[in-house]
Design a protein around this ligand. Sequence first.
Ligand code: IPE
Ligand code: IPE
Ligand code: MG
Length: 266
Amino acid sequence: MYSDLAEKDVIQVRTKFMKGNTIIDTSKLPKHIAIIMDGNGRWAKQKGKLRVFGHKNGVKAVRDTIEGAAEIGIKVVTLYAFSTENWNRPKHEVDVLMNLLVSSLKKELKLLQDNNIKLQAIGNLEKLPKKAQKELNEVITITKNNTHLILNLAISYSAKEEIVNAFKNISKKIVNNELSIKEIDENIINNHLYTRNLPNVDLVIRTSGEKRISNFLLWQIAYAEFYFTDLFWPDFRKKHLKEAIIDYQQRERRFGKTSDQLQNNE
Ligand code: IPE
Ligand code: IPE
Ligand code: MG
């Protein structure tokens, strides 16, 4: 009988959600949302256009999503903008992406300032063209005291490379007697990643129907929830971000415990 009732409750909750109950519970917001913005090329191809047309239109999706995240009250958003593997794409496409980065940073500075957003970047930034590095550093400096939302751009980013770097830096400290092997724990590792000042990821969103991680934040997503949508990135808007957050809020994050333990606050 008990399990019948529970099942009924579950069905009611689901029906409510499916009927379009789009209310976000602001007491249960994901602190850190990481987004794999995928599908620009296929979006353009579907329209009979070149891949770079998709990248240009992806910027609108970035703008709307960031604005939405700020409105909802999300604290950190990491956007996967360019992976180390993406350097292997045709030179023309890489050039367009780098130029887009520079022009968007220039254009979107007002959006960042108006919404009190602090820009940050992670990845092998030294590989970026000098102009992109300069623009990025300028916007990072200008927005450094903003407090409402951290926008963390993963550019020329590889999670494995990030972990390799952490190993190297930790090893250096051991060799120099600044750290002992006994002291190495999760905190020490966290503090040697590019994301050292950020909370762990609560929600990963990937667009375009692909269901893989593609070398993104491997350590930080250890207990993240995953949300996949078939939308191509240029079609993604703040309402889709809200849908993802509502979906996230229907989940029970057990962190290894049982459902009963969580309900009894154990
Ligand atoms: C995401 O879209 C943007 C980057 C990876 C830079 P893609 O360019 O990967 O588009 P698809 O996946 O080929 O459609
Ligand atoms: C992942 O997308 C990287 C970014 C979104 C920047 P890709 O399109 O490069 O990933 P794969 O190659 O399909 O795994
Ligand atoms: Mg892709």
